[in-house]
Design a protein around this ligand. Structure first.
Ligand SMILES: Nc1ncnc2c1ncn2[C@@H]1O[C@H](COP(=O)(O)OP(=O)(O)OP(=O)(O)O)[C@@H](O)[C@H]1O
Length: 326
């Protein structure tokens, strides 16, 4: 079990993590989401005892990392920028860790097999691709067979097969009752892997909940209506007491588009039919989880344009699953 309790980490004037609290459950994959620079890696480094918190604390099974009697069999981690000795082979690299911690040689073969790098086990690491390096990092994290695993952007550098493999590995590890924390800046990726999500922005908790809650909050529907006479459409909708917004015209819909948030197509179609209004489009669009993430983290992006590219109409972060501090 991992507990992050009121964690704050400052680097000089930069507050990387700001009074962050969350707790992870065993048997579940928790996606740790946030835009670039939001403090994910810093939080993970604090959990792993690689950075000292400015305030608050992180514990694994109730103990701070530095106080664990057997760290590698308690928690394994793949963190950003893991450094391997370039002239060692993958097997040698794993053997060094295994030897220093008293793990059997057979475990090295097991993790090589589990991570699909047995065939390159005797290749020097300087010839490893980014993806192979990620697999070796995951193999190292698994060496001590820990119940808690932390992965910082594990799909970085992996091809689509590799991405699917990581996803299946995380699911399998959680299925064995382990606690998994995996960071990403892609909601779409996390929505396919995680059971729970912790979303942060500028070091602060923005939202937390299970993926189902996020999916439900994303199920926001918009009905789009266009036709040659926008005024006729809006008059008909007003008469039927249907609320709408009107978007300016573009090359596809020169007269503009009427958008009804959360409406029913049948009800709108009926109102237009009885008013004898010609329409060229009556379509439905749904917000995606990616939209929810963009909405939640709008204004939280450290190096972004600062604009909300595609928000969820009518939805505010406060309506997100179990909203945190903003
Ligand atoms: N060692 C450090 N010294 C100074 N500032 C740092 C240090 N590490 C991180 N920061 C700053 O802390 C903030 C959070 O960075 P962090 O790497 O934790 O974010 P992140 O969410 O993991 O980002 P990314 O997805 O880009 O890896 C950023 O402003 C970053 O520049």
């Amino acid at each position: 079990m991992i507990q992050v309790d009121n964690l704050t980490k400052r680097y000089g004037k930069v507050t990387a993590v700001d009074h962050l609290s969350f707790e992870l459950k065993p048997g579940r994959v928790t996606g740790f989401l946030g835009p670039n620079g939001s403090g994910k890696s810093t939080t993970m480094r604090c959990i792993m005892g690689l950075d000292r918190p400015t305030g608050g604390k992180c514990t694994i099974n109730g103990q701070e990392y530095g106080r664990l009697s057997s760290p590698l069999t308690t928690v394994g981690a793949l963190l950003d920028g893991h450094a391997f000795h370039p002239s060692r082979t993958a097997r040698q690299q794993l053997m060094v860790v295994a030897d220093t911690h008293g793990f059997p040689k057979a475990r090295v073969d097991e993790v090589l097999e589990m991570t699909g790098i047995t065939s390159v086990a005797n290749k020097r690491l300087k010839g490893f691709s980014l993806g192979m390096g990620q697999r070796l990092g995951i193999a190292t994290a698994l060496l001590g067979d820990p119940q808690v695993l932390i992965f910082d952007e594990p799909v970085n550098g992996l091809d689509p097969d590799g991405v699917r493999w990581v996803r299946e590995l995380m699911r399998a590890l959680a299925g064995q009752g382990r606690t998994i924390l995996v960071s990403s800046h892609l909601m779409s990726e996390m929505s396919q892997t995680a059971d729970d999500l912790v979303v942060i922005g500028k070091g602060k908790l923005i939202a937390q909940g299970d993926v189902k809650q996020f999916t439900e909050s994303a199920a926001h529907r918009t009905i789009n209506v266009s036709g040659p006479d926008i005024r006729a459409i809006t008059d008909a909708l007003s008469k039927a007491r249907i609320y709408f917004d009107v978007d300016d015209g573009d090359e596809h819909n020169p007269a503009g588009v009427v958008r009804v948030n959360g409406g029913e197509r049948a009800q709108i179609g009926h109102a237009l039919h009885i008013a004898h209004v010609e329409i060229h489009e009556l379509s439905e669009t749904h917000s995606s989880l990616e939209d929810v993430f963009m909405e939640l983290t709008a204004g939280q992006v450290e190096y972004g344009s600062g604009s909300n590219i595609s928000g969820v109409p009518g939805q505010t972060p406060a309506q997100a699953p179990q909203g945190g501090q903003r």
